[in-house]
Design a protein. Structure first.
Length: 149
């Protein structure tokens, strides 16, 4: 255990190099992959969650929910293996796996925020949908997302 605390993680017999060295070498690529994967999943979830809720398009919301619902029930490792089997880049695996859960979370959060009294008042005052979204929905929703971290 003491060796591990000092950075000596052992030796890879298959690659013939120290494991610590291999981890240091792959750390930048791994960080890029995670950044693009998580960022891509959030972007895709936002792009698909905002329009149906903002413009109250129930048909579109149903279609996106039908797409994301069953895939949220699949185990992430199984989806990753399936995507890997079909030659999908690792850059796409993370967004595909995270998207269903993020989409459902954002859709529910935005739906709840649109039902809040201050948003209903803004609608009654005749504010545009973009004004309502940017000033009355995005702020409270962003606060909820930040709390979840």
């Amino acid at each position: 255990m003491e060796r591990k605390l000092t950075g000596d993680l052992g030796f890879s017999q298959s690659l013939g190099r120290p494991i610590g060295e291999l981890l240091k070498e792959r750390a930048p690529s791994t960080a890029d992959l995670m950044l693009w994967g998580v960022g891509g999943a959030w972007l895709l979830a936002l792009i698909l969650a905002v329009p149906p809720v903002t413009w109250q398009l129930s048909g579109l919301a149903t279609a996106f929910t039908t797409l994301s619902g069953p895939s949220a029930c699949l185990p992430a490792a199984g989806v990753a293996l399936l995507l890997f089997r079909f030659g999908v880049s690792a850059l796409w695996m993370i967004p595909v796996i995270l998207f269903p859960r993020l989409y459902q979370y954002l859709r529910n959060l935005l739906g709840q925020t649109y039902g809040m009294p201050h948003v209903l008042l803004a609608r009654a005052k005749g504010l545009s949908r973009s004004q309502i979204f940017l000033t009355h929905v995005l702020g409270p929703a962003r606060g909820e997302v930040a709390k979840r971290r």
